[in-house]
Write a new protein. Structure first.
Length: 167
């Protein structure tokens, strides 16, 4: 019981301490979508904060970000009517993401690709496709912050706290 509460309390402190630093810092480095980091950290945490998966998950998120840019531009120019354009774009690009990601599964975590694509589309989809500016870079930076800062650093920080309190 003591071990369970030590895990809960150190995790609670880690979550209370580290992500708000990113939330504040992100706005000062030009990232207006800092909360994306929390979404990506959540997926990484669901994988057990497994540092061996940090690179494939990161690459998956970044592929999703690029995929969202492509999809946004394709949907803006396809001209098949709104519903058919969305359906065809998601059909083709979703299938391709799964196939490409499966072929490259040692390097790319497909669920992160799909989640990253959904994140990117949620943010960039309503934007003017010809004027995305730095948004894809901001999203990518927040995705990497979620995996590496909130996920990996957060896990290491919590483990350090547990070690300190177990002495």
């Amino acid at each position: 019981m003591k071990e369970k509460w030590l895990n809960i309390l150190t995790l609670a402190f880690t979550v209370a301490f580290l992500p708000p630093i990113w939330a504040v810092a992100s706005t000062h480095v030009g990232v207006t979508v800092g909360a994306v980091a929390l979404i990506c950290a959540g997926l990484f945490a669901a994988l057990g904060n497994n540092i061996k998966l940090a690179i494939p998950v990161s690459l998956g998120f970044l592929c999703g970000d690029v995929w969202a840019v492509i999809a946004t531009k394709v949907m803006a120019s396809l001209g098949l009517g709104p519903d058919l354009t969305v359906y065809v774009t998601l059909f083709v690009m979703g299938g391709l993401a799964v196939i490409i990601g499966s072929v490259l599964e040692k390097f790319i975590f497909v669920p992160a690709w799909l989640a990253g694509w959904a994140i990117g589309l949620t943010i960039m989809g309503p934007m003017d496709a010809s004027n995305l500016g730095t948004m894809p870079i901001q999203i990518g930076a927040a995705m990497l912050a979620g995996v590496w800062y909130v996920g990996v650093v957060g896990d290491l920080f919590q483990k350090l706290l547990i070690k300190i309190f177990n002495k």
